[in-house]
Design a protein around this ligand. Sequence first.
Ligand SMILES: [Zn+2]
Length: 46
Amino acid sequence: MQRSHDALKKPIIARCPNCEAPRLPHRMCSACGWYGDRTVVELDAE
Ligand SMILES: [Zn+2]
């Protein structure tokens, strides 16, 4: 069994400029609701 295609996997991670949590690029930060240059969703702080 050859699995040479595994080498192409590369995680794409961006960091939230607001809270520095790792997140997907061009996605809202699930940690603080930050997207672009502002908070678009107010998340409840526990
Ligand atoms: Zn964030």
